[in-house]
Design a protein around this ligand. Structure first.
Ligand code: UDP
Length: 348
């Protein structure tokens, strides 16, 4: 029996872990213990994803949310270590680039438990982003590095990381394929908001670089207001951005602001929108998966293939680079299956 401990804590990780947990359930000889750090704790940022995506309930919930980066990561490190000593897993699985990712990877590596990093190798080359620090450090203590793109494999090679690197595709594509039909059948979000498919843009904003100071948040909201002059802009408001808007006195009155939504409502909003304006990593790709053009509200993106294929542009750039064409990097919706098969092959 191969025993995994999966460390998750933030919204994008629930989506990725859902795809992996489904693959785990399809195989005998592999078991998964869920550890939720508590980094995201609001019901609509956490619980709803477990319910809608059928993620097994956490076996361990650390309740560590809020606080400064160092403080949060440090508290997680100690608490995750205690769980790993108790559970004695063969592998620890971590996802993406949050403080939970780094704390999980570091706790495991220090105990000589091999780490598998799902969504390895992404780089913005902007070391002021907390996510970039988390990614780089996690990759360098991981034994298995599961890359969603060819660019990610190259980024790792450029840093001298070549062993245990596999280009498996993107587990978020697996998640989209699993949920899209179900969402179309079950979500009535457009009706609730009084919107029509093809009649609105979808936006998300939560990166620290856009929320931490008043001028940056003003600039992002001014961009969305220009879009709103043409059509409604739906903004499911991240708690960090809500707090920043209050603190900096930034009005969101021109936008259709709603609470953060569950994954199925989000899938429907993506399905029905004209285009996407976002600083989220996941949402940039989901725009492509749903066949929608995207404007990225940042100075760089880790998902360079979306730009190269004409689906995405930085908001600092006036037009798309090329006519839109398909992207092969993200795989066929079997990334989670490939990861579990690879781990089973690796053994304990
Ligand atoms: N998401 C959601 N509801 C929302 C906003 C986002 O379900 O109100 C989903 C989104 O579809 C994607 C994930 O959350 O699957 C992305 O998370 P986020 O943007 O918080 O993180 P990032 O991808 O930037 O790390």
């Amino acid at each position: 029996m191969l025993n995994l401990v999966t460390v998750i804590g933030a919204r994008p990780q629930f989506v990725k872990a859902a795809a992996i947990s489904r693959a785990v359930a399809r195989h005998d000889g592999i078991g998964e213990v869920m550890l939720h750090t508590g980094q995201h704790f609001d019901a609509n940022m956490s619980d709803i994803f477990f319910e809608e995506l059928g993620i097994p309930a956490p076996d361990h919930h650390l309740g560590i949310g809020g606080g400064r980066h160092g403080e949060m990561t440090g508290r997680m490190l100690g608490a995750i270590e205690a769980v790993l000593i108790e559970e004695k897993p063969d592998w620890v699985l971590v996802y993406g680039d949050t403080n939970s990712t780094l704390a999980g990877a570091l706790a495991a590596a220090k105990l000589h438990i091999p780490v598998a990093h799902v969504e390895a190798g992404l780089r913005s080359f902007n070391r002021r982003m907390p996510e970039e620090i988390n990614r780089v450090l996690t990759d360098h203590v991981s034994a298995r590095l599961y890359c969603p793109t060819a660019a990610a494999v190259k980024n790792l090679a450029d840093e001298g990381v070549r062993d245990g690197v596999f280009h498996v595709g993107d587990v978020m594509y697996d998640a989209v394929l699993d949920a899209r039909e179900r969402a179309r059948e079950s979500s009535d979000i457009l009706r609730r908001l009084g919107l029509k498919a093809g009649g609105y843009s979808l936006a998300t904003v939560h990166r620290a670089e856009n929320t931490d100071d008043a001028a940056s948040l003003h600039a992002v909201i001014a961009h969305l207001e220009r879009v709103a002059a043409e059509r409604a802009v739906v903004l499911p408001l991240h708690p960090r951005t809500a707090q920043a808007a209050r603190q900096h006195g930034v009005s969101l009155a021109a936008l259709t602001v709603i609470d953060p939504v569950g994954y199925l409502d989000m899938s429907c909003l993506l399905d029905g929108c004209v285009d996407v304006h976002t600083d989220s990593g996941g949402v940039q790709k989901e725009a492509y998966f749903h066949g929608k053009p995207c404007v990225t509200l940042r100075g760089e993106t880790e998902w360079v293939e979306t730009v190269e294929a004409g689906w995405n542009r930085l908001w600092t750039v006036p037009g798309y680079k090329t006519p839109r064409r398909p992207i092969s990097d993200y795989g066929k919706g079997d990334a989670a299956e490939l990861i579990i098969a690879n781990l089973l092959g690796a053994g304990a």
